[in-house]
Structure formats: C-alpha cells, structure tokens
Design a protein around this ligand. Structure first.
Ligand SMILES: CC(=O)SCCNC(=O)CCNC(=O)[C@H](O)C(C)(C)COP(=O)(O)OP(=O)(O)OC[C@H]1O[C@@H](n2cnc3c(N)ncnc32)[C@H](O)[C@@H]1OP(=O)(O)O
Ligand SMILES: CC(C)C(=O)C(=O)O
Length: 514
C-alpha cells in the first residue's frame, strides 16, 4: 500500500476562516494535538503576516518534535527571511513558497507577465535554498492555469531547489476527473518530476474538496493538504479526517495509507472546534453529532440486530467513547491528574492546581462532571495565560424582571490590578452586562457575533459562549464557559478584550490608556 504524507494546514489556511483568530497558547495546543494525531507536516502559520503570527510559528517550531513544521511565504525575500527566523528552531524546518500561475491571478492580482512569474519563482526558491533544505512550491490557482505553462514553471522551480510541488485548487473550481488529469499531465510532461513529491491542496467551494484530493492521490499525489473539520478560507479546505477515514473504510478501492491515528480524530476535532469557535455541523461526515445517530424505526431495528446494517464506521474508530466518568465531588488530585492525562492533557504543576480548583468549584454546583465538561475546563486552563496582565471579573449581579430595566452591577480588576465597579443597563441581561463592561474598560467595543452552546445535556450543563468583538477597530473572537449563561457571556467578553491586548503591537496602547 502506498504511503501518503499528510500536510495539515489548520493553523494557517484553517485560521484564514473568517472570524477565526488563534493566540499563541491556542496554536501550540492544536499543534501538540496534530502531532498526536500523526500528521507528517504541519503548517504553523505565515510568519511575515504579523508579529504575533511570527511568535506563534517560532514557539511551535521549538515545541514539535515528531512532525515537520512549515511556514508560508510569498515569493519575497523579506517573507523568506522572516520564515527562516521563526522556523530555524524546528527539527526539520520547511518552507512553503507560493506564487500564482493562472492567467487571472498573474494579470489582475500580481500584475506580472508569465515570464516574470517564472523568474521570480525560481529566484525566490533558489534564495530560500540557501537556508532551507526542504522547500514546497505552490503554484497558486494551479487548477485554472495553462497546463504547458504549469509544466514549464514546475520544471524550473525543481531545478532551482524545490522538493515538493503543490498544485492547489485554490478556488475550489475543479472536478475529480479534471484534477486527476492535472496530476497525470504533470507526471507525464515535466522531465524532472520524479525528483519531487506532488501535493494536492483543495478547497470546498463546490463541495468536492475531499473527492478531488482522492482523485489526486489516484493520479500520483503522495502528499495531501487539508484541515481539521475542513475549516479554511471561504467554504474551507479538504477535511483531513474525512480523507483518512475514506482511505481506511474503502481500502479495497483506495490502496493507500497515512500515519494518522484515527482514534485521535474526535479529540482533534473537538479541540479545533472549541478554540476556533467553528461549530461542527451535526450532519458532517465522520465527526458530526448525527454521524452515529439513528432516528428512524427501520434503521434502529437494523442497528439493534447488527450495527453493520446501517453503520460503516464505528464510533470507536474515530475516538468517540461513552464517557467513563470516575470523578466527582470527593475525588482527590491524584485521580484528577490521572484522568487529565487520559484525556490527552499534559499540564504543568501550576496549571494542574488551577484546573483542580476549577474542577472542585464545578463539583459544588454540578452533580455529574462529564468528560465533555473536563475537556472544556482543561482547554480553558491550558490556553489562557495566567501571567499576562489582563482584566479579571471579580463579581457580578444582574437584575432582570419583565417590567424592570435589566441592570448589571459588575466588579472587575483592570490589567494594572486596580479594582473597578459600576452598574449599567441594557434592553436585556446580556446587553446590560456588555454595556457595563464596555463602560468599565473605556474602550470602543462593538459586538459582531454572539453564540451560545451547551456542553453536553441536562439542566445543569455548562454554557459555552463564543463571541466576536471589534475593540478599537480590531476584530477578535473570545469564549467563556460557566454554569450560568450570563456568567459565561461575561467571561467571553472579557476573554475577547484580553486577547486583543495580548497582541504585541496593541499592548502598548492599552497600558498607555490606563
Ligand atoms: C491562497 C492563499 O491562501 S495565500 C495566503 C493568504 N493569506 C493571507 O493573506 C493571510 C495573511 N496576510 C496578511 O497578513 C497580509 O496580506 C500580508 C501581511 C501578507 C501583506 O499585507 P500588505 O503588504 O498590506 O499587502 P496586501 O495584503 O494588501 O496585498 C498583497 C500584496 O502581496 C502581493 N502578492 C500576493 N501573492 C504574492 C506572492 N505569492 N508572492 C509575492 N507577492 C505576492 C500582491 O500582489 C500584493 O502586492 P502589492 O502590494 O504590490 O499590490
Ligand atoms: C498557499 C496556497 C497553497 C493556498 O492556500 C491555496 O492555493 O489555496
């Protein structure tokens, strides 16, 4: 069986999903989980795009030991230099350079002639080769490029030092037959193609990203690119978990295998969903809530007689287990620590103590603590910096009545440690809280999105709120969880504002304003 290398781009193309903005701690947490999931390569980000992105890529390069860490760069010396600064610490640093090759992109976006595109691509690959051994060149919008031109530029960038050639379907336009033919054409028409690996990178604009990726594999691609839960620019990227399971379940027709650890799918998917705030649709293949649910009588009858009647994938294969809760109000730190590890978390002593305290507080008001609750609690503890100066909620009270004006009274500490208290009103309880927080913070804040989910079932389930704020013109998402929906709403607001001021270039402004 041919081995297919998996290049995960959740942290780069996935983060390009509108509204998604991961901070360094969140990116590291996802990177560690991708390593556990068994990806061969992970694209940690686009180092030249911002200072915080640079810092995140550098931190991931230093952390990850069992996958190659890659960063994206335009065909520009400054992007390449910046990528090297961040990636040099990686065990196996890689560079991903892209330049568009389609007539539409060359003419309108780059405003370069085809000859100039070839020259720039070759010069920049040769320049990068002075630093990086492994260089992937992506011919952006390959699927809308002229085939002969694509073959010419490919041959030349291989000569210049590229080790992987990626042929992206950047706008999700191609079909499986066309995309397969593109890979065949390149194999047959680029004389030095045997020196490199061919990679597929598909977008889902027409809902064909996974099918197109598999067509590429059948026609010579030995690397596939995609994201967890299929997140990414516009309609997203090919969903890695769907490809991995399709190759496994239909191995009789697809004799290929990856190194992905299938029973890490659920955890990886949950983590990415939680940290990006992008909810997985219930009917999503492989990992949606309904993928293993059976509603109709005839199906349920079949399932009871033999699960294979209506299930081609077992929940266990993708890591979905019944919660085996053993923790409760009377559990001690040892049992808690064991359980934390079994859920895949490695916490420092300081974080473990913090998590244990949060767990104990939760047991005071919630009868049953499920693995889902713990996952939420631990993800919050692991990805929220305790050291950075920030706003912290001290207490709050909301008065609501159908004939009264909803009023919130909030006490908080600002990043300088000063205690602030204020009351404010709104048309509803959440608005009263948000108006009061905004007034306390003296910032210009607009609410762009607000969503609430329950973690698990039951009246005492945790509430999880995801929001997007515009703070002084800077858009940032945030999340908060608590047993009470209003408290979760307040935490989400404060989390979002704190994340804005954790951006290196904005910190100064915040402290100057205090
Ligand atoms: C298909 C993809 O997903 S590609 C990756 C897309 N991802 C992103 O864009 C996210 C990160 N991007 C950013 O933060 C910003 O766009 C930056 C920092 C990279 C650049 O910002 P700015 O300098 O303000 O430029 P802006 O984004 O407005 O325009 C892009 C410029 O790069 C040029 N460019 C685009 N692709 C390439 C390339 N592969 N190589 C060289 N130049 C390129 C464009 O032609 C344009 O140049 P111009 O300013 O001379 O017209
Ligand atoms: C940078 C390239 C690979 C890309 O993301 C695309 O073409 O979609």
């Amino acid at each position: 069986m041919a081995r297919i290398k998996v290049f995960d781009t959740t942290l780069r193309d996935g983060e390009q999903s509108p509204g998604v903005n991961l901070n360094q701690l969140e990116k590291i947490e996802i990177a560690k989980q991708l390593e556990r999931f068994g990806v061969d390569r992970m694209e940690a980000g686009f180092p030249a795009s911002s200072q915080s992105e640079f810092e995140s890529v550098k931190a991931i390069a230093k952390t990850i030991q069992n996958a190659s860490v890659t960063g994206l760069a335009r065909a520009k010396k400054s992007d390449i230099d910046c990528a090297w600064e961040a990636l040099q610490y990686a065990k196996e640093p890689r560079l991903h350079i892209f330049l568009a090759t389609s007539p539409i992109h060359m003419q309108h976006k780059l405003q370069m002639s085809p000859e100039k595109v070839i020259e720039t691509a070759c010069d920049m690959v040769a320049y990068a080769k002075e630093k990086f051994q492994q260089i992937e060149f992506s011919a952006e919008d390959a699927s809308r490029s002229d085939l002969a031109f694509l073959a010419e530029i490919t041959e030349k960038v291989i000569d210049a030092g590229a080790t992987v050639i990626n042929l992206p379907d950047t706008v999700g336009y191609t079909t499986p037959a066309e995309y397969g033919a593109l890979f065949r054409y390149m194999k047959e028409n680029v004389p030095n193609i045997h020196q490199v690996s061919l990679s597929a990178h598909c977008h889902d604009d027409l809902g064909m990203a996974v099918a197109n990726t598999i067509a590429a594999i059948e026609n010579g691609a030995t690397q596939i690119e995609g994201t967890i839960n299929g997140i990414g620019e516009r309609a997203g990227n090919a969903s890695l978990e769907e490809i991995a399971v399709a190759l496994t379940i239909r191995n009789n027709v697809y004799p290929y295998h990856t190194n992905l650890v299938l029973n890490e799918i659920k955890r990886t998917s949950d983590l990415v969903s939680k940290l990006t705030g992008m909810v997985v649709p219930a009917n999503k293949a492989v990992i949606g809530k309904n993928a293993f649910a059976h509603e109709s009588g005839i199906h349920q009858d079949g399932m009871l007689k033999n699960a294979s009647t209506y299930e081609i994938i077992t929940p266990e294969m993708v890591g979905i287990h019944e919660s085996d809760l053993v923790l409760g109000k009377h559990s001690g730190k040892h049992a808690f620590s064991n359980h934390v590890q079994s859920l895949g978390y490695t916490l420092s002593e300081e974080k473990l103590t913090e998590a244990f305290q949060a767990f104990k507080s939760l047991t005071d008001c919630k009868k049953e603590i499920t693995d889902e609750d713990l996952f939420t609690l631990l993800t919050d503890v692991q990805t929220v910096s305790t050291r950075a100066p920030k706003y912290t909620l001290q207490s709050f009270q909301v008065q609501y009545g159908s004939t009264n004006i909803p009023t919130a009274t909030i006490a908080m500490k600002n990043p300088n440690g000063e205690y602030l208290e204020m009351a404010g009103t709104g048309k509803g309880s959440v608005e009263a809280i948000y108006n009061t927080l905004e007034a306390l913070m003296h910032e210009d804040i607009q609410l762009e999105d607000y969503r609430i989910n329950s973690v698990g079932a039951g009246r005492d389930a945790l509430a999880e709120v995801h929001i997007r704020l515009k703070v002084n013109g800077y858009t940032m998402n945030g999340r908060g969880s608590a047993q009470d929906v209003l408290e979760a709403s307040a935490h989400a607001f404060i989390n979002s504002v704190n994340r804005v001021f954790m951006q290196p270039n904005l910190k100064q402004k915040q402290h100057a304003q205090m």
